[in-house]
Write a protein that binds this ligand. Structure first.
Ligand code: G6P
Length: 505
């Protein structure tokens, strides 16, 4: 680790979490470890390839550090006080925006002091980015925790080219309009030159909100933001469209091809008592993931004798998450009660129905698990993308394995050869699980081959290259020259959305 100069970076990523975690060893030694998770996995390769800086929170309250370099990435820490963590992170980000943006699966809480903290902390992230960004730099802001940062950057630094990517869904207007600060958030996001979403439907929802709340003219994929009559605030055309995120697919395949990982996969199966079928669920312990629905379906199948505990084991990895937020505490209690009941009712001395793990695993172990799993269950009730589904596919170089995938994930727009399910339809889910366990090898291979082609081609390098290319051309377009206005939205606008959606099927 070396200390670096401040300022002068041409490419700056801003995200709530840094790609590193502060870890204290049992002997008291502290070090920075690269943290797992979708966002980090997605952006790490891009950061290594560019000479950029990454602005974000250290992940713990009151942890202040000067900028440093870790594993080839320049890190610019932003400190959050315990109050910031409670109000900005746990409160507004994860108890207001998170449930609201996931179709109110859990009820969002609206508190004015949370909002005030969100504004203040967003300004702190913006200020940190402003301090390190070179003249004319590209700044790429990530996710729902920082939706006000684009406008804050633009106000202070009109020279910057600003991108924003929303990793989670953007809800339909009927839901979004509940938010007391709905207009400020749209205005904040529209400070960006390019706003990326996971699905076309998310971009359409955002565009509609901009139209309804600010009266802006929209025509896919553009939103016309009028100027304020000064040279510093010219009219701009913002690009708001889908850029479905992906994973470092070949890295997963390479790991899966290693003999030691394959040996570990065999060992995992042996440890489970060598059942005929191993099923796998891997999720952050979050109410959006439909873990309860999955367990209900699995429990009923055991009860009805359609699955037998001698033949089938479900491995459920539930990564601890946001553990101080009440809805997450309650979810953990519910899930663990259900797991205990199912194991108590159906387990035998030699076979457990569910092998439950309330912790994360390193990537090597995850890939071994993916190889060990005949059936992967992704039953999210709403999910921006779901990278686990893509990781499973990328790891299965043997073209085997069946992916059961909720149609409410962004991934299901692309992975059309999965067994697509509606997790609310428990009978349908049960049928799909049984179908997965009985699927002939030829069909498994046909489906997996086709999904693999897609995941290996559309990897995270391509995702970021496409986003950054759009950002570069938007930056050139928004160089201060007046823009030709686009036509007013006409009744045929909806048709365009529909066509776009169909093209993505
Ligand atoms: C989702 C979000 C990310 C977030 C991650 C983990 O994937 O889109 O922004 O970092 O969950 O959640 P956490 O609250 O632990 O950062």
């Amino acid at each position: 680790m070396t200390t670096q100069k401040h300022g002068g970076y041409d490419f700056v990523v801003v995200s709530n979490r840094l790609p590193v975690d502060r870890v204290i060893a049992p002997n008291g030694d502290a070090s920075w470890q690269h943290s797992p998770g979708g966002l980090v996995t997605a952006l790490e390769p891009v950061m290594r390839a560019t000479d950029g800086a990454w602005v974000g929170w250290t992940g713990q309250p009151d942890l202040e550090f000067d900028p440093f370099v870790s594993d080839g990435i320049r890190i610019v820490p932003v400190a959050l006080s315990p109050d910031d963590v409670e109000n900005y992170y746990e409160g507004f980000s994860n108890d207001t925006l998170w449930p609201l943006y996931h179709d109110v699966i859990a009820p969002p809480s609206y508190h004015r002091e949370w909002w005030e903290s969100y504004v203040a902390v967003n300004q702190r992230f913006a200020d940190a980015a402003i301090a390190v960004a070179a003249q004319g730099a590209v700044v790429w802001v990530q996710d729902y925790q920082l939706q006000l940062v684009p406008k804050m950057l633009r106000t202070a630094r009109p020279d910057l080219t600003i991108g924003f990517f929303n990793h989670i869904p953007f809800p339909p207007y009927g839901i979004y309009s509940q938010l007391p600060w709905r207009t400020q958030i749209i205005d904040g996001l529209l400070g960006a030159d390019v706003i990326g979403f996971q699905r076309v439907a998310d971009a359409a929802n955002f565009s509609r909100a901009a139209r309804r709340l600010l009266g802006y003219v929209t025509k896919y994929p553009y939103i016309e933001v009028p100027g304020e009559g000064t040279a510093e605030t010219p009219a701009r055309r913002v690009l708001a469209k889908a850029f479905p995120i992906s994973i470092d697919s070949s890295a997963f395949e390479e790991l899966a091809r290693k003999p030691e990982i394959q040996a570990r996969a065999k060992e995992i199966r042996a440890g489970l008592g060598n059942p005929k079928i191993v099923m796998l669920g891997v999720d952050r312990l979050d109410y959006t993931k439909g873990i309860g629905h999955r367990l209900k379906a699995f429990g009923e199948l055991l009860e009805e004798g359609r699955l037998n505990v001698q033949d089938v084991t479900l491995v459920q990895v539930a990564n601890p998450s946001r553990e101080r937020v009440a809805a997450y505490m309650q979810l953990r209690d519910e899930i663990e009660l259900t797991v205990g009941r199912i194991n108590g009712d159906f387990g035998t001395m030699s076979h457990q129905a569910i092998s439950y793990h309330h912790h994360g695993y390193p990537r090597d172990e995850m890939v071994a698990l993916y190889l060990a799993a005949d059936v992967m269950l992704v039953t999210a009730l709403r999910d921006g993308m779901n990278l686990v589904a893509k990781e499973y596919v990328a790891s299965r170089f043997d073209n085997d394995g069946v992916l059961v995938l909720s149609e409410f994930t962004g991934a299901s727009d692309e992975l059309r050869r999965s067994l697509r399910i509606n997790p609310h339809d428990i009978d349908g889910l049960k049928d799909a699980i049984v179908q997965a366990t009985e699927m002939p090898l030829v069909e498994r291979q046909r489906r997996m081959r086709s999904m693999r082609k897609l995941v290996l081609r559309n990897d995270v390098a391509r995702w970021s290259a496409e986003f950054l290319a759009a950002l570069r051309s938007a930056g050139a377009d928004n160089s201060g020259e007046p823009v030709e206005p686009v036509e007013e939205e006409d009744p045929l606008g909806e048709l365009e959305w529909t066509i776009e959606r169909i093209r993505h099927r």
